[in-house]
Design a protein around this ligand. Structure first.
Ligand SMILES: Nc1ncnc2c1ncn2[C@@H]1O[C@H](COP(=O)(O)OP(=O)(O)OP(=O)(O)O)[C@@H](O)[C@H]1O
Length: 259
């Protein structure tokens, strides 16, 4: 079930380095939220803090709160592994498990999270997830073949199938199309559009046309200067950000005057 994420006064650190400062926003359920901004402003760091992926780096920590469905993700009694199941992630480079079949790739997350899954149940999950990722028709006759044998765009949709197979509440995507050709990019963008009917989606993208095409809300992050933390300059409906931004810095960025 799609859930909203409420972020309040979030500060993110790598050891002593303050990477992201004071972010407050609501990421709406069943909508796509894009994060844009120049390199190094903390978009990926912020995205990874939303499912506690950030803290796998030694010394990385946050101050502030991230609430999903009324529960704070950073409370001491919350299991980060469970958080990452509920809030899935798709990365820049498609990363199917190279030795696994397409079928087993889809189930990889389920097998990590559960005990044994009956074959009949597994078949249902695989078909549903591949259909959800718009990949079923292309792979249904070769489910036993390696995931690595697919094209880059198909591999990325396989990774999306793997992410949705565990039925998360939220999908985080970190530049999911940056390694893809335009046709595969269009397929993934279409898929994002369909997935938002059931999921809350947050996406980091360098491509402003992509943010404008796929997202409902956009957050523009910026840096005050080298060595300074990134911060959220503007968070508004995408239409507003791209046609009538509130902040001059946003307008400068989207019109290509810097970044
Ligand atoms: N593992 C890490 N250890 C220490 N500092 C890091 C680490 N990862 C990122 N940083 C620093 O945190 C800041 C934000 O980086 P981040 O990758 O989140 O930015 P970004 O906006 O996603 O950049 P890009 O668009 O280039 O991917 C940068 O100063 C970066 O050098």
């Amino acid at each position: 079930m799609a859930k909203a994420i409420e972020v309040s006064d979030l500060n993110i650190y790598y050891g002593k380095f303050h990477a992201v400062q004071d972010v407050t926003m609501t990421i709406r359920a069943k909508a796509v939220t894009a994060f844009i901004g120049p390199s190094g402003c903390g978009k990926s760091t912020f995205l990874r803090s939303l499912n506690r992926m950030h803290e796998v780096i030694p010394g990385a920590h946050v101050r502030g709160t991230v609430m999903v469905d009324g529960q704070s993700l950073y409370e001491p009694n919350v299991d980060p592994v469970e958080v990452r199941r509920r809030i899935g992630m798709v990365f820049q480079r498609p990363n199917p498990f190279p030795t696994m079949s397409i079928y087993d790739n889809v189930l990889a997350g389920n097998k990590l999270n559960a005990k044994r899954i009956k074959k009949a149940d597994a078949d249902v999950i695989v078909e549903k997830s591949l259909r959800g990722a718009n990949l079923w028709n292309e792979v249904k006759d070769r489910l036993g073949k390696p995931g690595m044998g697919l094209s880059g765009g198909q591999q990325q949709r396989l990774c999306i199938a793997r992410a949705i197979a565990v039925e998360p509440d939220v999908l985080l995507m970190d530049e999911p199309c940056s390694a893809l050709d335009p046709i595969s990019t269009a397929a993934v963008e279409d898929l994002i559009h369909e997935l938002k009917q059931n999921y809350t989606i947050a996406i980091v993208t360098h491509n402003m046309q992509q943010a404008a095409r796929v997202s409902d809300d956009t957050g523009f992050f910026n840096l005050k200067g080298a060595g300074q933390p990134g911060h959220l300059v503007e968070f508004n409906p995408t239409k507003k950000v791209f046609t009538n931004p509130e902040q001059k810095a946003t307008e400068d960025y989207i019109s290509g005057r810097f970044g």
